[in-house]
Write a protein that binds this ligand. Structure first.
Ligand SMILES: Cc1cc2nc3c(=O)[nH]c(=O)nc-3n(C[C@H](O)[C@H](O)[C@H](O)COP(=O)(O)O)c2cc1C
Length: 332
């Protein structure tokens, strides 16, 4: 066979453009040791008979076990199993330490919390250059609703589904219109207001407005903040916490003032905590409704991108989850 003189790195990078899922494939050694390896070479072969394949490097420590063991299990990893993928891609470590295993149809280890699992018996084995190709007959399989982990260009990723048809929000704007339905600011703003519409109604029913919501939710995470401390944290909203607003919330019985060394610090009262819990429960319900429509995977992608956007555009706000200004973490 003629050998093309490929640059190995460029060849690997070109192959890496083919986006795959990530699997862990397990078997048991002759001495009953559990064996496993991370592999993205997994693929389907045949529906009838049910066959799958994957390839293992001839240099892998686990090769002898897969060559002698007749049974192996393919675990299609879920988006939350990235650490497991990294652990099974390492050599010379105790890959199964602390892992719960489930009973399967063969002695091969069966891992929980995956997107799908295929319990296989070796049907064929082929030489594949520096790899050995294993073709397995699928004896049993199962799947869950967990979104899968993805591997793309050497990085773990999660996949967002493309809509079957282009998502349209309104009529096509005339070409000279500079404000379009595709402008990120417009999309973020509209999504924000649409999502928070019901929350604003809930607030109004308790004679609260948006700044009050920001104050209560901040104090539910971080108690004993001064007015300056509150302003530093919620300044990104464009609202300023005024002394008058704090007095109103005190008058409504939602917050109380503590004087500490001549400085006023604010805490939630029992009523304030209850109102805040109700708002959080509402926000969680809105998120669940959205997840029911979009699916857990798309919600995960949406959150990931929003977190990256927030980090990228952060003007240097104090970290509410780790503030150290005399305030203390709120207790439930
Ligand atoms: C995402 C990912 C996919 C991988 N896919 C394969 C594969 O398909 N075949 C393979 O031989 N190695 C693959 N590897 C590398 C092995 O997981 C790695 O070499 C491992 O250390 C082998 O373990 P072992 O030497 O204990 O058998 C992959 C690694 C990663 C991170």
């Amino acid at each position: 066979m003629s050998q093309a003189s490929f640059d190995p790195q460029a060849f690997r990078a070109a192959l890496g453009t083919f986006t795959t899922g990530v699997t862990i494939i397990t078997t048991r050694g002759d001495d009953d040791t559990p064996i496993g390896v991370t592999a993205n070479s997994f693929n389907s072969v045949s529906l009838n008979p049910p066959l799958v394949l994957w390839s293992l490097a001839k240099s892998a420590n686990s090769l002898p076990a897969f060559e002698t063991g007749r049974h192996w299990n393919v675990h299609v990893l879920s988006a939350d199993q990235q650490a497991l993928a990294a652990s099974f891609a390492a050599q010379g470590t105790d890959k199964f330490g602390g892992l719960e295993l489930e009973p399967g149809i063969s002695p091969a280890p069966l891992l929980p919390h995956c997107t799908a699992r295929f319990q296989c018996r070796t049907a064929f084995r082929y030489d594949g250059g520096d790899h050995v190709i294993f073709v397995g007959e699928v004896l049993a399989y199962d799947r869950s609703a967990l979104p899968p982990l993805v591997y793309q260009a050497g990085q773990y990723a999660i996949a967002a589904r493309k809509a079957r048809q282009e998502v349209r929000l309104g009529a096509t704007p005339p070409p000279e219109c500079s404000y379009t339905e595709d402008l990120l600011g417009y999309l973020l703003g509209r999504a924000h207001y649409q999502m928070l519409f019901a929350l604003r109604q809930l607030l109004a029913s308790h004679a609260l407005d948006e700044p009050a919501f920001f104050i209560l939710s901040t104090l539910s995470v971080r108690d004993r903040l001064t007015r300056d401390g509150l302003n530093a944290i919620i300044g990104y909203t464009g609202f300023e916490v005024t002394a008058r607003q704090l007095e109103t919330l005190e008058g409504q019985g939602y917050i109380a003032r503590e004087i500490d060394g001549g400085v006023a610090r604010y805490v939630l009262t029992a009523d304030g905590r209850e109102a805040s819990l109700r708002q959080i429960a509402h926000a969680k319900a809105v998120e669940q409704d959205l997840a029911d429509v979009l699916g857990a995977g798309d919600i995960m992608v949406l959150k990931l991108l929003l977190k990256r956007l927030i980090t990228t555009t952060d003007p240097g706000l104090p970290d509410i989850w780790a503030a150290d200004d005399g305030a203390s973490p709120a207790t439930a």
